[in-house]
Design a protein around this ligand. Structure first.
Ligand code: SF4
Ligand code: SF4
Length: 129
């Protein structure tokens, strides 16, 4: 039976460590840090990596990306500095889903621009933790 075109993969989804697209954003309220998420972070991490706006806590975004996202210019790989205790919102985005693909389509260029700046000598934001 032929496969429906709607089911054909549009592009190969990279490994998350070769991507990081969903960790780019410019909106203050992109990644909510709920009380259950905050309970997993040390006080110093909360201060360095999160912000409180109108009484609600969010991951801090600097220069268009989450401050917990690390970029390795040498390898082109990315990582979440708090991966084992990342917020529930981050855990809920499953690699390979439609939402994941939408994130890649919308933001891959931001990842490439960030790497280009890094390789040009601009290290971008670095958390204190
Ligand atoms: S979940 Fe999807 S968009 Fe996010 S880093 Fe992984 S592959 Fe990229
Ligand atoms: S906490 Fe980690 S997984 Fe979530 S947006 Fe930031 S870098 Fe990405």
């Amino acid at each position: 039976m032929p496969t429906s075109p709607r089911r054909l993969p549009i592009f190969r989804v990279p490994e998350c460590t070769d991507c990081g697209a969903c960790c780019f954003n410019t909106h203050l309220d992109y990644v909510r840090v709920f009380a259950c998420d905050a309970a997993l972070l040390a006080a110093e991490q909360l201060d360095a990596l999160t912000v409180v706006h109108d009484g609600l806590r969010y991951m801090r975004f600097v220069d268009g990306r989450c401050i917990a996202l690390s970029l390795d210019a040498a390898t082109g790989r990315v990582g979440c500095r708090i991966y084992p205790v990342r917020p529930d919102v981050c855990r809920s985005l499953v690699r390979g889903t439609g939402e994941c693909r939408s994130q890649i389509e919308a933001k891959w260029s931001r990842r490439e621009e960030a790497f280009a700046r890094l390789r040009a000598g601009d290290p971008g934001p670095e958390p204190e933790s």
